[in-house]
Each structure stands twice: as structure tokens, then as C-alpha cells.
Write a protein that binds this ligand. Structure first.
Ligand code: AHN
Ligand code: ZN
Length: 344
């Protein structure tokens, strides 16, 4: 306040032409500031743009990839929706990857159904010896055996979270990797027939889950295929998902668990990638570890409050696109891109 009074008194005592000069200076000052401002608002010219070096996972794009799958309908083997979605996934990988291979096979399920299946594989820098394997299952479960309504228990599920979420994230990652190739080679595998396992409450003996991963692990798409490590995504799209450190992941690949959970922690995602160990879960990574001998972890949503150990929509008709959260896709996608670009 005192300064203001001083300035006013000073101005009053100045000569008229001195005042004009001062006003002129002031206007010049304003002009310079406005020039600087308009420069900041102008779009940056093409040649001034810097290459994007940091991963920039697009959650809307990932969400659209999830929806494109559920729009096909439940992706149950031997159905038209399954055929249609296989073609969609192959087309997308062909758009982004250096090489695509579709592994067709026939197998049978616990209930004696003969099913026609496809593992769909896209590769980046196939010549690079250091490789990262990323995977998710793309089929959806033929029956909603966990649905609270008994009338729904024989209906097939959309599997927006259980299946499509992981595939959607990996398609967005493929789109990013095409834009900026990482140092390491990357293989993306969409496993078929993960989810035709025995019905809940039924005797769990036999390897009836993960039929696509079992087939691939016994018959890799390339003879003597090797990867430095692998990451499996399963149910990675629900709101406030929590990923515990799953038992087999730590048993077979503890350095990878530490690497991924460590990156997530650095990124501020500790509420998603929680620092808690969990019980073993039979999922595609178990067969990749045991049969193909590739250390692979599973990022899978677990929930202790539901009674099943999995999120409340698990194997119900509620596992549809309305329960997919873009932010969870973003958290998982950004963590994965940070891991991938961090590999020398
Ligand atoms: C078991 O329930 C034995 N495994 C769960 C694997 C799974 C099913 N992931 C998604 N759907
Ligand atoms: Zn499932």
C-alpha cells in the first residue's frame, strides 16, 4: 500500500512530457508481453515438434478395442461371434505388428465338446533376441455359472473384463509400439479357450482351463521360441481393481513381479498394484511357466469380499462393457509401456 502511494505521488510531481514518456514505456511493455503470449498459443510448427519419447497410453483407444470385441457378442468357440472376433483381432495385429501368425487347432472341453480354436500372435522386431511376451485370453465363458439369477447360469457371457479388457490393452500397446519401436522384441499372444473350465462347484481335477495356452506351450509358434519374460493380463478393466502378487507369479518369476510392481509404485499406482501376496490361481501363465519354461507373471484382479476371490461380475452377465473403467485400463497400460520401454 505504501509503495502504491509513493508511486502516485511520484507521478503527480512529474512533468507532463515525462508522464507521456512513462505511458509510452508502459504500453511498449504491454505489447512485448502480448507478443510472448500469442507465441505460446500458436500451434507448434511440424519441424519444431519433438519426438514423443514417453509412452502415452490412450485409454479411449483401449476402451474402443474392448468394445469392438464385446460388440461381436460372446466369443465362445464354435460360434459366429468367435469367428468374427478372431478376424478382427488378426486384422488389428496385422495393422500394427511386423509379423502375424494364427495358430488354429482343435481340442475338446471337460464336457466333451469338440472346439475349433485360434491362438492369434503378433510380433515386433522378430529378429531381436531379447523378447518380451505379452498375453491375454480372447475367448469368453460359455456359461454365467456365477450369476446370482439361476435363469442366467447357462447363458454365455460378454466377458468385457474377463477376456476383452486384457486384449484391448494389448491392442493399444501394439498401436503404440508401431509408432515407436522399443529396444526389445515383443510378442503379443491372444490365447483362445481359457475360459471353458469346469462349472463352479464341480470337481476341479484335470487341466480344463487354459486350453489355448496349453496348446501353444506344447507347440510354440516358432521352434525353440524363447522370451526373457512374460506378462499375462486377466480381468484388468474394472473400477478400482486390485492386483495382488499372485502365488505362481512369485514362485516362477519373482524378479518380474518386483519389476512390474516397482514400476507401478513409481508411477503412483500402489492402490492398484498392491503390496500383498495371494493364493495360487490356475491361469494361462502356469502352463507357459511349466511347459514353455518362460518366466511369466499374471496381472489379475482379485477381490476377497465377493466369496469367489474375483470381482463381483466374474462369470456373470454383469461382466459387460458398462463395467469397464477407462482409468484402470490406463493404469495397467501405462505400467506395461513403462516396463517395455525400460528394457535395454
Ligand atoms: C480358476 O478359477 C481355476 N481359474 C481362473 C482363471 C480364470 C477364469 N480367469 C478368468 N476366468
Ligand atoms: Zn473367466
Amino acid at each position: 500500500m505504501e509503495i502504491l502511494i509513493n508511486v502516485v505521488t511520484f507521478l503527480l510531481f512529474l512533468q507532463a512530457d515525462m508522464k507521456k514518456l512513462l505511458i509510452l514505456f508502459f504500453m511498449l511493455f504491454l505489447f512485448i508481453i502480448s507478443c510472448n503470449d500469442s507465441k505460446q498459443n500458436k500451434p507448434v510448427a511440424k519441424e519444431e515438434q519433438v519426438a514423443i519419447v514417453f509412452p502415452n497410453f490412450d485409454a479411449d483407444s483401449a476402451f474402443n478395442f474392448v468394445k469392438a470385441q464385446t460388440d461381436c457378442g460372446p466369443r465362445v468357440p464354435n460360434t459366429d461371434a468367435h469367428k468374427q472376433c478372431a478376424q478382427l483381432l488378426q486384422n488389428k495385429l496385422e495393422q500394427y505388428c511386423d509379423k502375424v501368425l494364427v495358430q488354429s487347432f482343435v481340442t475338446h472341453t471337460f464336457d466333451g465338446t469338440k472346439i475349433n480354436c485360434k491362438n492369434i500372435i503378433g510380433s515386433f522386431s522378430p529378429e531381436e533376441p531379447k523378447r518380451i511376451l505379452l498375453a491375454s485370453h480372447w475367448d469368453s465363458r460359455p456359461f454365467a455359472d456365477n450369476d446370482p439369477n439361476p435363469a442366467n447360469k447357462d447363458k454365455p457371457i460378454d466377458g468385457a473384463n474377463d477376456g476383452a479388457s486384457g486384449v484391448g490393452i494389448l491392442l493399444e500397446i501394439a498401436r503404440q509400439l508401431k509408432e515407436k519401436n522399443p529396444q526389445a522384441g515383443v510378442d503379443i499372444i491372444f490365447f483362445d479357450a481359457e475360459d471353458w473350465g469346469t462349472r463352479s462347484g464341480q470337481n476341479e481335477s484335470g487341466d480344463w482351463w487354459c486350453l489355448g495356452a496349453q496348446h501353444w506351450a506344447k507347440n510354440p509358434h516358432i521352434a525353440n521360441y524363447e522370451a526373457t519374460f512374460g506378462i499375462l493380463l486377466d480381468m484388468v478393466g474394472a473400477t478400482n481393481a486390485t492386483f495382488k502378487q499372485e502365488y505362481y507369479s512369485t514362485y516362477f518369476a519373482s524378479p518380474i513381479v518386483r519389476k512390474v510392481w516397482g514400476k507401478a509404485y513409481q508411477l503412483g499406482y500402489k492402490d492398484y498394484f498392491v503390496n500383498t501376496a495371494s493364493n495360487p490361481i490356475t491361469d494361462d501363465h502356469v502352463y507357459v511357466n511349466r511347459l514353455a519354461k518362460i518366466p511369466m507373471i499374471d496381472i489379475i484382479h482379485q477381490d476377497n469380499t465377493t466369496g469367489t476371490g474375483f470381482p463381483s461380475t466374474w462369470h456373470t452377465l454383469q461382466d459387460n462393457i458398462s463395467n469397464i473403467d477407462r482409468h484402470t485400463l490406463y493404469v495397467v497400460g501405462t505400467t506395461l509401456l513403462t516396463v517395455i520401454y525400460g528394457e535395454e
